[in-house]
Design a protein around this ligand. Sequence first.
Ligand code: SF4
Length: 323
Amino acid sequence: MAPLEERKAPHAGHVFGPVPSKRLGQSLGVDLLPMKSCTWNCIYCQLGRTKEYAVERREFFPPAEILSEIQEALDSGRHIDWITFVGSGETMLYRGLGDLIAEVKALTPIPVAVITNGSLFHLDEVRRELLRADAVLPSLNAGSEELHQKISRPAPGFTLERHLEGLRAFRRVYKGKLWVEVMLLGGVNDSEEALRDIALALRQVGPDMVHLVIPTRPSTEKDVRLPEPERIERAVRLFDEVAPVVHPVKGSMDLRGAPDLLEAVSSITLRHPVQVRELQSALEECFPDEPGKAESRLRELFESGRFRLIEQAGEAYWTSREE
Ligand code: SF4
């Protein structure tokens, strides 16, 4: 799954944020897994390589512990648009997520989203548990088995056929928002043929929206690169015939509602590096009528001393100095 903007530092508690994001507004993230537990080993993963696949569902942490952290965040009075379950890996590996969602819903009317790679949707229990979520965001990065294996590098048996069967079965019963996320990788799944295959697969699933994302954060694999703008436009056009597409170019960060920019950017960099271009673009959206203001705010933020500038594959990022 990607782009994982709702993720957190590995040693923090279960709950982090709220984090400003375009897709889910002020999103309170809830991480249910020990780092890193996943059925896949995506080439674009920001959590590092999957050393050993996890495929068995388990209650990794007591629900009471997680719920008490959620309650604490709700009591803090901060504005929260979504409560978002994610994992340091594949979220649905947490057994009993359905009950946890029900408990959260008893605490608050705030809607609940689940970010998942979707690889366990072939299991009846997983589909049943997810029915309680208001939005489910599974991944679909390929429309051919070859590219599915190349990009997601799943555990044995996690074929594209099984993945699509699971997504289709879930769509048939799920009445909430199904927002399928497609990671577009330059030179990997952005050819005409690959895009057409993905569009066909999306059509079979029938999402309410397609979230097209690009690898704006460093991955451990060196050959992961951004697609050319022309390929992004082509993907948007093709997928838009299936469902409305969230365009990735401006990135996923939305700082417009942030009461304190420095705190907002710090909270994001605590969990993952932030691409400077994406940050600049988010700041420009904050000050649309003030030329030069985004640059000066960017400079001020950096002068706070809280960030470190790093470079990967020719791209500049900020990371937190507090890690
Ligand atoms: S599905 Fe697993 S390997 Fe892929 S990006 Fe998400 S956490 Fe990383």
